[in-house]
Design a protein around this ligand. Structure first.
Ligand code: NAP
Length: 326
């Protein structure tokens, strides 16, 4: 039986990845913060809490991370833990930068020194590209980063540290440069989740308005359960490499909100309000990617349109809310 360690198991991707790895007969060790309250809702919702072994580790503590690697000598290590909100990173730049970079170096150091056969996955982000010119679209792995938030900068640093350990020490490390991907397990502060959740609440008379920031931004949004498949595929290759993982579709936030409200039979003009305080300091206008490298080299298949994605997300959110009531 192979062993995989996942940091950030309590997050959206951690839960879906754990389910995928369990289905492939892995022993899954999930790293959680110290004093983290369990149960973990994502694992519970997917019905896999009993199958994952949880380990409390402070990933900023190099010795603790070293001991983790020595103890398990994992076949695969997925580093998903991060302060993952762009908005919050403007409010807490130091904590975001510190955690997102130092935790990654600690893990890479431990793997380099104690378990060179471990395959390592780093959760990089499309936010590393920043406000690049439209001439670079669709984005490819080769486009130069110009991050436009403390989050993007922290992820770019962790990305290059990972590449460095691969090139300098032969660590079998891959970076998945993932574009926005959504599910009912997405954090409450993320915009698609907020739109769908608030829309459902308005339907039930539990909310009056949906307040949003800039609606003209155009993004490449995908479906999280499909994106974690790409993470696993990256670590099954003979050669370690970096891959851009995205849907390849581009749609504005306004269009998404209009589609959600139409599907919920709600009047967009009546319920949606723009609030200046929700605008970001630096907002990327448009960003979408080219997933052909991942499709061709990994055999990753993604064929969900934006409309299908929204339908799935509304359906999943309803199921999730029903489950939470029980
Ligand atoms: P998420 O739901 O926000 O989960 C983040 C995870 O990191 C949680 O388990 C969280 O633990 C953990 N974490 C955060 N700060 C921590 C700290 N100081 N100490 C220990 N653990 C900490 O994120 P996600 O959507 O699953 O994304 C997974 C990874 O992919 C992240 O690195 C994210 O930046 C990256 N990414 C995500 C997207 C996306 O669209 N979802 C796109 C590109 C890249 P707690 O539950 O204890 O807070």
């Amino acid at each position: 039986m192979k062993t995989a360690i996942i940091t950030g198991i309590s997050g959206q991707d951690g839960a879906y990845l754990a389910r995928l790895l369990l289905s492939k007969d892995f022993r899954v060790i999930g790293v959680i913060r110290q004093n983290k309250s369990i149960p973990i809702i994502g694992l519970d919702f997917l019905g896999i809490s009993k199958n994952v072994e949880l380990k409390e580790i402070n990933l900023l503590d190099g010795i603790a991370v070293e001991n983790l690697i020595k103890e398990y000598q994992p076949d695969e290590f997925y580093n998903l833990a991060a302060q993952s909100s762009v908005g919050l990173s403007f409010k807490s730049p130091v904590a975001t930068f510190e955690f997102n970079t130092i935790s990654t170096i600690n893990i890479l150091e431990a793997i380099k020194n104690h378990s060179l056969t471990t395959k390592f996955y780093q959760a990089s982000s499309s936010e590393m590209f920043g406000n690049i010119g439209e001439e670079n679209l669709p984005l490819k792995e080769s486009v130069l980063f110009h991050p436009a938030s403390p989050y993007g900068i922290s992820k770019a640093s962790a990305h290059w540290i990972t590449v460095n350990y691969r090139e300098a020490y032969g660590v079998k490390a891959c970076c998945g440069i993932l574009f926005n991907h959504e599910s009912c397990l997405r954090g409450e502060n993320f915009v698609i989740k907020k739109i769908i959740r608030t829309g459902l609440e308005i339907k039930e008379g539990k909310s009056e308005k949906l307040k949003l920031g800039e609606l003209s931004v155009q993004r490449d949004w995908g479906y999280a359960p499909k994106f974690v498949e790409a993470m696993w595929l990256m670590l099954q290759q003979d050669n370690s490499n970096d891959y851009l993982i995205c849907s390849g579709n581009v749609i504005s936030l306004r269009e998404i909100t209009e589609i959600v409200f139409k599907k919920l039979e709600l009047d967009f003009d009546k319920y949606v309000e723009i609030e200046a305080s929700l605008m970001r300091n630096v907002e990327l206008d448009i960003i979408y990617g080219d997933n052909s490298k991942a499709k061709n080299e990994l055999g990753w298949n993604y064929d969900i349109s934006s409309n299908q994605l929204i339908e799935k997300l509304i359906k999943d959110e309803k199921e999730f809310l029903e489950w939470k009531k029980k």
